[in-house]
Design a protein around this ligand. Structure first.
Ligand code: NAD
Length: 367
């Protein structure tokens, strides 16, 4: 059986606390399901700056490029706020994404039944929701040239350029179709082809990749503004949504809030396939280092645990193990186990980070 190599980068703040629970989950799968992991751990962000004067060493980056998957906790904190921009903790994360060329950002929005009342939308609109937004991450208007602010006559002009090449669109489209094949075989592509040439090209290329390589997947197109409306009107109509960097930024935050707490949201960033056919990959919770609760045992480890579940599914081809882990999380929530961020108006006693880990391990034992 293949050994899955995993580089763990806990980072700062609550990063090490939530990652400690993931380590226990990894050990559980190794001991109980015979899944072989080769786990190494290293520093990133402020922790790496404290030890090495840089938020990401070349050695750590080299390791990240070699492993099957990287799992990152969170970086940053007030201690580092006044550092020079070039060595800020966040630069470590951005360098990893850039050097690994992680162009496809998967942001699932899954609403566990037990938490449906946390959403700002009605329970029946969100209960059971399970969609993934695939956002192009390394091109588009955040990177296009020309950019800047300059003077024209008496006033300043701000410029950013939306720019996509065919190959940039094609590779993220493939990533979305591959994902759809592992889910419900359905992709909706969002752009604004009605008013943007880059949108026309986006639509054409996505359709072309579909027709030539993935004709078995159902593909629809939608203008991104309508997509935003549909996401809050009837989000369950979607399965996989693929879109550009800017629209993806906005739509994935919107979709995230359908599900309730920031402590619940995992993500994956994927690159081109490696020699073994699997994409380069980094998995991380959407939340940051939460300095306001760091060191207090209050952090919800579920986002990080679900990020590991994504690694099981998308990097390690251990779909059954991923289902088992997601099922354990669902069971624990249905049983009413709650960290402080998940406490509703009805109150109750929150569990600690470790107690949430205990409950998930117990649910795995019982499954
Ligand atoms: P944050 O996500 O760290 O926290 C926002 C709020 O959500 C806080 O009240 C926090 O207590 C709560 N929260 C977040 N995760 C939680 C969890 N797992 N369980 C319970 N509560 C949780 O965002 P912020 O406060 O804007 O940023 C704090 C630091 O994190 C900053 O230095 C920022 O730059 C950094 N940051 C890092 C990442 C990353 O590493 N990917 C992402 C966002 C922010």
């Amino acid at each position: 059986m293949a050994t899955h190599s995993l580089l763990i980068l806990p980072g700062d703040g609550i990063g090490p606390e939530v990652m400690a629970e993931v380590r226990r989950v990894i050990d559980w799968f190794a001991a109980n399901k015979g899944i072989a992991f080769d786990v190494s751990e290293d520093l990133v962000g402020g922790a790496a700056y404290d030890a090495h004067g840089t938020p990401l060493t070349d050695e750590t980056l080299a390791k990240a490029q070699e492993v099957d998957a990287v799992l990152l906790g969170a970086v940053g904190g007030p201690k580092y706020d006044n550092l020079d921009f070039s060595v800020k903790p966040e630069r470590g994360l951005l360098r990893l994404r850039k050097e690994m060329d992680l162009f496809s950002n998967l942001r699932p929005a899954q609403c566990f039944d037990a938490l449906a009342d946390f959403s700002s939308l009605k329970r029946d609109v969100v209960a059971g929701l399970d969609i993934v937004i695939v956002r192009e991450l390394t091109s588009g208007v955040y990177f296009g040239e020309p950019r800047g602010i300059h003077k024209e006559g008496n006033e300043r002009v701000g410029i950013n350029t939306q720019r996509y090449t065919e190959s940039e669109i094609a590779r993220v489209a493939r990533s979305a179709f591959e994902l759809a094949k592992k889910r419900s075989n359905k992709v909706c592509s969002m752009e604004k082809a009605n008013v943007m040439e880059s949108g026309i090209l986006w639509r054409d290329v996505v359709q072309e990749i579909h027709d030539t390589e993935y004709p078995e997947v159902e593909l629809t197109h939608m203008y991104a503004d309508n997509g935003a409306m549909q996401l809050v009107r009837a989000p369950k109509q979607f399965d996989v949504i693929v879109t550009d960097n800017l629209f993806g930024d906005v739509l994935s935050d919107c979709a995230a809030m359908l599900t309730g707490s920031l402590g619940m949201l995992p993500s994956a960033s994927l690159g081109l396939p490696m020699a073994n056919g699997k994409p380069k990959a980094m998995y991380e919770p959407v939340h940051g280092s939460a300095p306001d609760i760091a060191g207090q045992g209050k952090a919800n480890p579920i986002a990080c645990i679900l990020s590991f579940a994504m690694a099981l599914r998308y990097s390690f081809d251990e779909g059954e193990a991923a289902d088992l882990l997601e099922g354990a999380v669902e069971k624990v929530l249905a049983d009413g186990v709650r960290t402080a961020d998940l406490m509703g108006p009805e109150g109750g006693t929150p569990v600690s980070t470790t107690e949430m880990g205990d409950a998930i391990l117990a649910a795995l034992d019982a499954a």
